[in-house]
Design a protein around this ligand. Structure first.
Ligand code: NDP
Ligand code: 2IT
Length: 438
């Protein structure tokens, strides 16, 4: 089946990687449940229900015409409306969108909530663009995509390069074209126009909640641990915040220009001011903080730590990095980002007895809180921060439990990869069987 996926989707290497990782876990399930093979449910899962690719023309501040490509891959809707983020980054092409959409199916299923899987985005690079340029791009992007969306159809959110600002411009254009205030068509909205408390923080907080459970499962806690977090965007920032609240110290974080080491612990207010509020570069953090230094070559995974949280992008932690982490005494690696660890690095970590949490479980708190936002929109309600955070915490505890329970059931105790893949797969596969050959 893997050969068939490669042949049907040539050149889409990230998609191949994501499919392979799931297929490798499914042997014991098919052995126990031949009905999945008989109904070709796995083959059907690997083929998106719908793929939309479109032109996104817009004019820059100098009145020059710019051109980007837009994507939305609506992968699976057996469990609910298509759900998943939009990524704006120059590296985006069909293979990236499909890997993310495929992962999203199993993540959303694992969350236990009624959401299907999708992903989209564009090769637009927001770096260095003015507010007005970003707005015009978002409006052009939505002028095509709006026709495919809806609260019962497809519900986008943010991802790399897409946060509250971009969701605002896209929701505004959607509302304008459709003449409907349909809050439930987007998640990650601002708090004054239908957004949910905790959605901004959810992926990072959820990552910390999940790792807390991983540590608890081996009779440990965050207290006094040294943690390294890659990235300094949405996921990294709020992972750092919660990890600090749990009593650990984050000593390094990064962006695409390099990393900072701060033995006194990352000063989150300073980091937020530079990276979130002003969209600046990470070297400024070291310029303004005496205990910090900036390193532009080498790797953030050279920094010794007990817990490593890759929260930037795919394939950012390779085998060489894994070997270094193990040498330096790292005991837990958990993916805040989607597929940040290469397959070889995962094997190396697991062989060395490092506890490894895969993204589709660890970072499920973001999309889970999106589903909570959809719930609030559907009932025209809005919940308090504390109540919503409590719901997120419960969801992450149950995702953790589901992973370990399923890993046990299929003869791979403590293997979170096997547990997450099989638990995610069986829920969506059962729904597909029930819905017939569609
Ligand atoms: P942001 O755009 O807020 O931040 C991304 C961070 O990663 C930035 O620090 C960025 O650095 C860095 N980064 C991005 N691309 C690269 C690259 N090619 N090389 C090195 N560094 C890079 O995105 P998010 O925090 O939202 O997303 C981070 C990860 O988490 C992604 O894998 C995303 O898919 C995943 N995720 C996000 C969720 C969410 O709710 N937002 C939910 C679940 C997973 P720079 O600023 O220099 O570009
Ligand atoms: O990868 C992800 O889970 C996200 N970017 C969030 C998706 C969502 O719909 O909230």
């Amino acid at each position: 089946m893997f050969d068939e996926v490669i042949a049907r989707n040539p050149g889409e290497i990230e998609f191949h990687q994501a499919v392979r990782e799931v297929l490798e876990s499914l042997g014991p399930v098919v052995a126990k449940h031949p009905e999945y093979a008989d109904s070709e449910v796995i083959r059907r899962l690997c083929e998106p229900e719908r793929q939309i690719i479109f032109r996104v023309p817009w004019t820059d501040d100098r009145a020059r015409v710019q051109l980007n490509r837009g994507f939305r891959v609506e992968f699976n809707s057996a469990l609910g409306p298509y759900k998943g983020g939009l990524r704006f980054h120059p590296s985006v092409y069909l293979g990236i969108v499909k890997f993310l959409g495929f992962e999203q199916i199993f993540k959303n299923s694992l969350s236990g909530l009624p959401i299907g899987g999708a992903k989209g985005g564009s090769d637009f690079d927001p770096k260095g663009r003015s507010e007005a340029e970003v707005m015009r791009f978002c409006q052009s992007f939505m002028t095509e995509l709006y026709r495919h969306l809806g609260e019962y159809t497809d519900v986008p959110a943010g991802d790399i390069g897409v946060g509250g600002r971009e969701i605002g411009y896209m929701f505004g254009q959607y509302k304008r074209i459709t003449n409907r205030y349909e809050s439930g068509t987007f998640t990650g909205k601002g708090l004054s126009w239908g957004g949910s408390q905790v959605r901004t923080e959810a992926t990072g907080y959820g990552t910390a909640f999940f790792v807390k459970e991983m540590l608890k499962a081996s009779a440990e806690s965050f207290d006094g641990k040294r943690v390294v977090v890659s990235g300094s965007g949405n996921v990294a920032t709020y992972a750092i915040e919660k990890v600090h609240q749990f009593g650990a110290r984050v000593v390094a974080c990064s962006d695409s220009s390099g990393y900072v080491v701060d033995e006194a612990g990352i000063d989150l207010d300073l980091l937020k001011e530079i990276k979130i509020e002003r969209r600046g570069r990470i070297d400024e953090y070291a310029d303004r903080r005496a205990s910090a230094s900036f390193i532009s070559d080498g790797s953030i995974w050279d920094v010794p730590c007990d817990v490593a949280l890759p929260c930037a992008t795919q394939n950012e932690l390779d085998d060489e990095n894994a070997i270094r982490l193990i040498k330096n005494g790292c005991r837990v690696v958990a993916e805040g980002a989607n597929m940040p660890t290469t397959p070889r690095a995962i094997h190396t970590l697991r062989d060395a007895g490092v506890r490894f949490g895969p993204g589709k479980a660890v970072n499920a708190g973001g999309v889970a809180t999106s589903a909570l936002e959809m719930q609030q929109n559907a009932s025209r309600d809005s919940w308090t921060f504390d109540y919503t955070e409590e719901r997120l915490s419960e969801i992450m505890t149950s995702v953790h439990h589901r992973c370990l329970e399923t890993a046990d059931e299929y003869g791979a105790p403590n293997d979170y990869v096997v547990g997450a893949n099989i638990a995610g797969f069986t829920r969506v596969a059962d729904a597909m069987l029930a819905l017939g050959v569609i």
